[in-house]
Design a protein around this ligand. Structure first.
Ligand SMILES: *Cc1c(COP(=O)(O)O)cnc(C)c1O
Ligand SMILES: [Zn+2]
Length: 397
């Protein structure tokens, strides 16, 4: 494998055993826990100048802190997204500054590209020819795109309620698309059956591959660098499986431990009231979630009733002194419309949970008046313009 010099291997977050990345490809061979890439940070000689001296053109500019070399990456220059200042939002929320990290400007329109570029690179290095996953939509589209670029065949399992753009683009990228009646869990069951039948399919599913959260670390690296190495006070993240949240918290710890920064941003998980297992577990002081019984939200990307990495998410929220917040679909869609109208930034429906969540947190007095608050716009509104437009219609507009 073409790994980077400091990349050591994969450590199981449950039994803490470590494995050679040539041999362990997905979950822990001993206990089926989540595997997490580890590095020899002492061997790394990176400073702020190391990164500042590079063009801001791709997330792979942080290759020292990623498992694979930039040269070997299956990449479309994902990442390097803008951090857009939103003064009107800052005013309304009563904080110093609000920024939106605009992940809509990625190759397939969401931050899922940051996960798939690393996961598909790993698939190539492991000699896979077929990749597979189930997804609410965006990860499936991203996987089909990166698989196509790497000459791999992709098998994507989407629930019938996935958005039209996702379904169309899986086809356009040449993926094998399987629409499963129902929701993400139903698509997951169909995917699991298919995986049982096909020994040679390589999973690029959330927290089954160790590499998706690794790619998403780069959102935090970029944000800190874009703020001239100032760590934001709060980061609000629309949370489903928590891949990005876990990744960004890891990234914040890495930058701090490397001496590039000296604190951690408070991480906040924003969910929809119709499916908020992480918020409930956080509020009840639990270390692990309980599956949400009847998930029901229009925000497909965060309608994840049984997020397997909830212990990692809850750890990140508590270690960083952050929190969790749930808002209604109506408030979420309203936030998408208000941000688009007032700041111009096009937040996807799911993504706007970060904005409505931040509003709610500001009303709860969670932020200080000088705080810098970063909202993750995980994907572009283009993917669900119709959903946001219908919210206006429901108000007679
Ligand atoms: C997948 C997705 C999320 C949730 O991401 P996790 O890291 O799994 O919590 C949020 N927003 C959008 C647009 C997504 O596609
Ligand atoms: Zn283990």
């Amino acid at each position: 494998m073409e790994t980077t010099p400091a990349f050591e291997g994969l450590r199981c977050v449950d039994c803490e055993e470590t494995f050679d990345p040539d041999e362990a490809t997905h979950r822990c061979p001993d206990c089926d826990g989540i595997l997490d890439p580890t590095y020899d940070y002492d061997a790394l000689d990176v400073t702020r100048e190391t990164f500042e001296s590079r063009r801001f053109d791709s997330m792979w500019r942080y290759e020292e802190l990623l498992p694979f070399t930039r040269d070997s990456a299956v990449s479309m220059n994902e990442g390097g997204t803008p951090l857009v200042e939103c003064p009107k939002l800052a005013d309304e929320m009563g904080v110093g500054e609000v920024y939106i990290k605009d992940e809509g400007r990625n190759p397939t329109g969401t931050f899922k590209d940051r996960g798939q570029t690393v996961a598909v690179t790993a698939a190539v290095q492991h000699g896979a020819e077929e990749v597979a996953l189930n997804s609410a939509g965006n990860a499936g589209q991203a996987a089909a795109a990166y698989a196509g670029r790497a000459d791999l065949h992709s098998h994507v399992f989407l629930p019938s309620r996935a958005g039209f753009t996702n379904k169309a683009m899986v086809n356009v990228h040449g993926g094998d698309m399987n629409i499963v009646e129902g929701r993400i869990g139903d698509a997951g069951a169909a995917y699991a059956d298919a995986m049982d039948e096909h020994d040679d399919w390589y999973s690029v599913k959330t927290f089954v591959t160790p590499y998706r959260h690794e790619g998403k670390k780069t959102m935090l690296y970029e944000t800190v660098e874009q703020l001239d190495w100032e760590v934001p006070d709060a980061v609000v993240y629309p949370t489903g499986g928590g891949v990005g949240l876990v990744g960004m918290h890891k990234a914040a710890e890495e930058f701090r431990d490397l001496g590039l920064t000296d604190e951690l941003p408070a991480m906040y998980a924003a969910q929809a009231e119709g499916c908020a297992p992480v918020v409930r577990a956080f509020e009840e002081g639990r270390d692990v979630h309980e599956p949400w019984d009847a998930p029901d939200t229009i925000c497909g990307g965060i309608e994840i009733p049984d997020p397997g990495a909830s212990p990692m998410i809850l750890d990140a929220l508590r270690e960083s002194d952050g929190g969790a917040v749930a808002t209604s679909d109506d408030d979420i869609l309203e936030a998408a419309a208000v941000v688009a109208k007032r700041e111009g930034v096009e937040m996807g429906a799911t993504c706007a949970a970060a904005a409505s969540g931040a509003w709610e947190l500001s009303e709860q007095g969670e932020f200080g008046e000088d705080d810098t608050v970063v909202l993750l716009n995980t994907g572009s509104a283009n993917k669900d313009a119709d959903v946001i437009r219908s919210h206006l219609m429901s108000k007679g507009i």
